[in-house]
Write a protein that binds this ligand. Sequence first.
Ligand SMILES: [Zn+2]
Length: 327
Amino acid sequence: MHATAPIGRWAVYVDAATGEPLAREQLLRFASGNLKINAPVRGPNGQRLDFAAANLGVVVNGAAAVTSITGAVSFADGGPANVATTVLGSFVAVASEAGAPAATQLALPPGGQVTWIASSDEFLDAQLTTYVHADRVKQFVRAIAPDFAFLDQQMPAIVNIADICNAFADGETINFFQSDAQCENTGRIADVVYHEFGHNVHFQGIIPGVGFPEGALSEGISDFLSATITDSPDLAPGFFKGSDARCASSTRRAPSGTSPRTTARSTTAGGSSAARCGTCARRCGTSSAPGPGSRRSTSCGSRRSAARSTCRACTPRSCWPTTTTAT
Ligand SMILES: [Zn+2]
């Protein structure tokens, strides 16, 4: 028998006595291939990688489909499939406030792969990078909290906003700014995407009427999530153009006879809640020696709506001390 949704041609075996279906065999032969998206591993001036275009909405040879978590799609066997896609997926929907909306058509060979690359275009690369890393951070958190319903929603991710040197989350969305002479486009920095999503995890995890968002705790949670995924104490390398040395905590070692908590406290007075609690050995602390942007570190106020709690990203200047040498 023939089927159209999904497409199939089946041989169905039935019980000779009752007519009950017993087994079926797909007679069509399908091919599959993997869709990739090229994006920075951390930031646009560092290593890049072809990531699986996971959970992405696509149109394959005219039929709507969603890629698997490995970026795989199936199609009728034969020649290369035409894959049309944007940056709208099951769990992340990227929108851009500048430049052309990201969209492409790619030829995907049977048994092969094809990669969407826009590394030379800031606004396009920000859209692709934010999609890749927003989906990755949702997968990461799902492994920790599989029943966390917020993860199953399609989260808006707004990139290329006409502002600079920051990013923010509001509990529902994540938002990223354009580049300028000083700062990189934050939508192109994996660590910032992870960090902003961390704020949403915090906000969404609060039981209404029982808890409330606490800014310093939220920053600590978000930094810890980001640093855990990257397995690095350097948050957002390349955030500032020309300098990606942001945090030297990886070289910190507690003096003999002291605990890491003691070291963290002694070197980051006024540091983040994560550092004060000693829960985050990777964390550098906050503005014991604030730089010019330090005001941002506490600007956890509303940007777009007074009713919504928004919180801006930590930046190197706003959050981290200029001296990180432990003694
Ligand atoms: Zn933040």
